[in-house]
Design a protein around this ligand. Sequence first.
Ligand SMILES: [Fe+2]
Length: 296
Amino acid sequence: MFNWSSLSDPTTYIDWRSNRLKAAEMALNQAPVVVSDLSNPGESAVSELKNRCDAANFALYTSVDSGDVSGQIPPVGNFAAAFGLQIAEAHRSADGTGVVALRVTDKAAQRGFIPYSSRAMNWHTDGYYNPTDARISAFILHCVRPADDGGVNQIFNPEILYIRLRDISPDYIRALMHPAVMTIPQNIEPDGSIRPVSVGPVFYGDARTGRLQMRYTARTRSISWNDEPVTQEAIAAITEILAANDPLMMQVALKAGQGILTNNALHNRTQFQNETKDAGRLMIRVRFHNRVQRKT
Ligand SMILES: [Fe+2]
């Protein structure tokens, strides 16, 4: 069996690599899975979504429940339960359920934060600043209302990025597994609480399954990297790969009622424009501490 963290077994790597590349290519051409009722998604849709997440670390779904123009939140929490997902601790913007509405707002607690603006978001995985014992291994992004223009996401499976890097140099993988390779400094939150410094690897194993997970942000301010030359080279290689529109990246313009279920794949967002001031782009996001369950 392939162990991503062992760099000394090229034979199993070759098989795993070809299998992952094939799966990623297939994922680009699959129509979203139809989920007719988010609160009761049904066995065949759940099983298909589990398979796709296992193979490519993300899957798209389309629900008939297209949300509501009045801004009512669809039952994404119930939907998540079908995949054994454990909702992450109440985020500062959540209503205690872990469900976060991403929309342009000038509410004091969210003002100035890019997710709550119409600005572009650079490549990242969710919760890269979380402590080791509260990593984010999956999330759902569900579109209630798309923007009139823009707000397109790109998604990239971290396993494919791993392959691209390892193909250049296995030393890059080794450098990015270092337990102190990336540091996000302490931050004072808008409510005055302190988010402690977060030090950790870029590539690490999911706590329950050992599967490859990634902790990454393309931000260049308020971040520090291990200053070993090989680390610097590895980070530059990531930047280059992400900027180069890899053919296995997926571009998604979610429509109302559609969503992404993912084992925290890398993602970004283009800037967008809302024509209608009070009914602009509205996305629902829920984060989880574990990965989408595998089909049993
Ligand atoms: Fe995100």
